[in-house]
Design a protein around this ligand. Structure first.
Ligand SMILES: Cc1ncc(COP(=O)(O)O)c(C=O)c1O
Length: 282
């Protein structure tokens, strides 16, 4: 079935969904985005994603393309027109179209584009765990803003792919910040560690929800930085993101982590997250 996209007031088939060559999202990556999972017809953690979109926008002084209520109507309409039950919804807000000039246009009008693609939640291929590699974190100093300036992330992911790995964990100042498109976690001495919120990492929505689920289930999580050597000696490791939820990590740079299979803490957190997404009986 043809995919339907939304661009600035218009719903159209994907090939007809176009932006101007003078859009500042294209010219300068002057734009922010969100990726939201659609599971069984429901946009998972929609409120948290829209709240982060506002934080990212404000961090760049980027105007809203429309009201929050209007945006929710557009998202629902994109879901309806695509007739999907499970998918990944992508939305991007740019500082709009203007003659190319680095400084903001005098009266910017934000552009909004929304797409949805088919996707399988919790694929069995990821349940048995994935490999990661490590690389230098080449990104800028506001990684907490979800901007489309993703070239270092793209290079990191490509490096992972060429190494036959699923993800690249980036290292800055001797500590693991996060993955190219996911947050990084290890289990050490029985407790779970992940990098604290700072300008060096994206506050993942999966991360945020998992922290709440862990707290409600008496699982200790320490928001503390860890080193690549800590990963190699960890009992378990995993990564989180909207597009993969909770995925066991079983090796880093070719070194097995723990027993080289998904550990009990990771499996428990993955189950808690699955219950959060589907409901306990789902
Ligand atoms: C750099 C980075 N860190 C973390 C995440 C995970 O965030 P979320 O759980 O909101 O998908 C992403 C998601 O794309 C990301 O790009």
């Amino acid at each position: 079935m043809a995919r339907v996209a939304y661009v600035d007031g218009r719903y159209s088939d994907l090939p007809g969904a176009v932006v101007s060559v003078e859009d500042r999202g294209l010219q300068f990556a002057d734009s922010v985005y969100e990726v939201i999972a659609l599971v069984a017809g429901r946009l998972v953690d929609l409120d948290q994603h829209l709240a982060r979109l506002v934080r990212s926008r404000r961090g760049l002084g980027l105007p809203a393309p429309m009201t929050d209520a209007g945006l929710r109507v557009v998202l629902r309409e994109v879901v309806r027109r695509n007739r999907l039950r499970d998918g990944l919804l992508y939305l991007q807000v740019t500082r709009g179209q203007a003659p190319r000039n680095h400084a903001f246009p005098a009266e910017p009008r934000a552009s909004l584009m929304v797409t949805l693609r088919s996707w399988t939640p919790f694929p069995s291929s990821l349940a048995s765990g994935v490999a990661v590699v490590s690389c230098n974190d080449l990104r800028w100093q506001r990684c907490d803003l979800k901007t489309t300036g993703l070239l270092p992330n793209v290079l990191a992911k490509q490096r992972a792919q060429e190494a036959g790995a699923f993800e690249c964990w980036m290292v800055k100042g001797g500590v693991v910040t996060e993955g190219a498109s996911s947050n990084a976690w290890i289990v050490r001495d029985g407790s779970v560690h992940t990098h604290p919120l700072s300008h060096d990492v994206l506050g993942g929505i999966t991360r945020e929800v998992l922290l709440e689920l862990a707290a409600a289930n008496d699982i200790e999580i320490l928001e503390e930085p860890f080193h690549p050597t800590d990963v190699r000696s960890a009992e378990e490791a995993f990564l989180t993101s909207t597009s993969s939820f909770v995925v066991p990590v079983i090796s880093i740079d070719g070194n097995e982590i723990g027993d080289g299979i998904p550990g009990p803490v990771t499996r428990r957190l993955r189950e808690l997250y699955r219950d959060h997404v589907y409901g306990p009986t789902g």
